[in-house]
Ligand binder design. Structure first.
Ligand SMILES: [Zn+2]
Length: 530
């Protein structure tokens, strides 16, 4: 019997969203089953809806002000220190930390931000930011990697794909499929290996699928072409069916082993039309002063090399099996830190540190860093002027912009890492981009066809959880509610400053936390202004 009494399985689907699930529903019998027989709600992500703060919120029940995680980069404003976020940067205890203290066993697999693997009472297999070449500190206990390598003939953390190269639908399908099948085999193997109180398998790959194939499944997308859509939407469907089959396996186990099953995503997904060069806007409006580049430095060279790898010519190189293997072999020989510089996240850090280095601090009052171009302000008094400029700029072009202030949406000890302003343009159909581009354009294309949305998914199945949730009137829950809900399902009473509430508590106890009330108010005010 692999699950203890009153146990919970939390199945994480990165970027899971109701748009694609509904679109493919006739091919997904197990999703259809849980949508009709289980509990189904919208899960509100963090602002901005980004993988690191959102999964950190799900695993701790706390907002970025308390976890210290706001983005893929960790940026300390006081010291100007910048690096890629890792498991060591999450400043609040995770669900399994509480469980380990009580002697209860957890198994966590492929959850983003669990690299390097940290000790717990149970097993952990890291997710990103471990990259293709990472082999060390991938699992806890450390020897577990050898065991799962044997089970699936070489475990793979992520597929070796570059989402910036267009036209690789067939090749990437094969890569993603192979890694996905291995991942699910490891889920099943580890499930059966011991007796768990808390089991958390996560599929990150759907996020890559959405980013890359979205225009083939959404006829609203300007890049949608019926002939290509017919050809490639079947690939998306086939990958989703693999996930659906695993869901079917979990549903069967939940009846046999009597656990409560919860399915969550860290954020939703929707079409992406292009990027808005936010730092260039700040330069044009006189908020940011950048000194001219004094020639190529090492950061510039890494950014340039990676850009070369995105060129269409590289596509034909990758299609040749021999050259592909040769490149992969050469990549393996690189030291770990060098490899990191070529990853998407390594490039984020390079771009951000280049801006900080070239910025003229005496003449700068605002700059943007991070995947959502979050704005950091040096002199708070300029905030109204800057917001006015943004509203005017987008208003003139008939584009909707939602502006959120760090002071309102973050709360806790780690505000030193927090941005001052976060913007969403057309519900994130246009992504703010920190790149310093020498051209005149402020809007540029993005190879990705979709990007994140605040609205993710919450699904649940199991006798206890259905009984406790079916009469509740709330239709929208938050990423902050997941940890308190799981702890109460496991009968653990923790008195700590969660930013969410247990969804299975008595109706009268479903009071919103301070941060939820504030965020609801802001989101509502933004909605009213539209
Ligand atoms: Zn994500």
């Amino acid at each position: 019997m692999p699950m203890q009494e009153n146990s919970v399985v939390l199945f994480g689907i990165d970027s899971g969203n109701f748009y694609v699930i509904n679109k493919l529903i006739k091919y997904l019998p197990n999703f259809r089953f849980i949508l009709t027989k289980g509990i189904c709600k919208i899960l509100k992500s963090t602002i901005p809806p980004l993988t690191p703060p959102a999964w950190s919120a799900i695993m701790t029940g706390k907002n970025p002000g308390k976890t210290g995680v706001y983005d893929w980069i960790i940026f300390n404003r006081r010291t100007r220190y910048i690096k890629i976020v890792s498991s060591l940067d999450i400043k609040s205890p995770k669900i399994w930390d509480f469980l380990s203290k009580k002697g209860m066993k957890s198994c966590i697999i492929n959850l983003p931000l669990t690299y390097p693997a940290q000790p717990l009472n149970g097993y952990l297999v890291s997710g990103i930011p471990a990259h293709v070449g990472s082999r060390r500190k991938i699992t806890y206990p450390p020897d577990l990697i050898k065991e799962i390598d044997d089970v699936v003939d070489g475990y793979e953390i992520i597929p070796n794909i570059n989402l910036r190269i267009e036209g690789m639908e067939k090749e990437y399908y094969q890569e993603i499929r192979r890694v996905l099948i291995k991942r699910i085999e490891v889920f099943k193997y580890l499930y059966e290996k011991d007796t768990w109180h808390f089991f958390m398998p996560v599929i990150f790959l759907l996020d890559s699928i959405h980013h890359y194939y979205w225009h083939h499944i959404d006829e609203r997308h300007p890049a949608y072409k019926p002939s290509l859509a017919r050809k490639y939407s079947v690939l998306v469907r086939a990958l989703y069916r693999i996930v659906d089959e695993f869901l079917g396996w979990l549903l069967k186990k939940s009846s046999e082993d009597h656990f409560d099953l919860i399915i969550v995503s860290d954020h939703g997904m929707g079409p992406l039309l292009g990027n808005f060069l936010i730092n260039k806007f700040l330069i044009n409006e006189g908020f940011l002063n950048i000194t001219a580049s004094s020639g190529p430095d090492s950061k510039g060279i890494f950014l340039f090399l990676r850009k070369m790898l995105n060129l269409p010519i590289f596509k034909s190189i990758l299609r040749n099996k021999m050259t592909k293997q040769l490149i992969e072999f050469a990549f393996k020989l690189l030291p770990h830190t060098l490899k990191g510089k070529f990853t998407e996240r390594g490039q984020d850090v390079l771009k951000a540190s280049m801006i900080l280095e070239r910025m003229n601090p005496m003449q700068t009052c605002a700059y943007a860093l991070g995947e959502f171009g979050q704005i950091y302000v040096e002199k708070k008094e300029i905030i109204p002027k800057l917001v006015n400029k943004l509203l005017k700029f987008f208003g003139k072009r008939g584009l909707k912009i939602d502006v959120f202030f760090g002071n309102d949406i973050y709360y806790g000890r780690y505000l030193n890492y927090a941005p001052d302003i976060v913007i969403l343009i057309q519900d994130n159909m246009i992504l703010p981009d920190i790149t310093l581009d020498s051209g005149k354009r402020l809007f540029v294309p993005n190879a990705l066809k979709a990007h994140h949305r605040i609205e993710g998914i919450f699904l649940a199945y199991g006798e206890r959880i259905i009984e406790k949730l079916q009469d509740k009137r709330i239709n929208i829950v938050s990423v902050y509610d997941i940890t308190p809900t799981i702890l109460s399902l496991l009968n653990i009473d923790i008195q700590t400053d969660f930013d969410g509430k247990s969804l299975v508590a008595e109706e009268k106890c479903l009071k919103k936390s301070k941060i939820e009330i504030v965020i609801d108010k802001i989101v509502w005010e933004v909605a009213c202004k539209k």
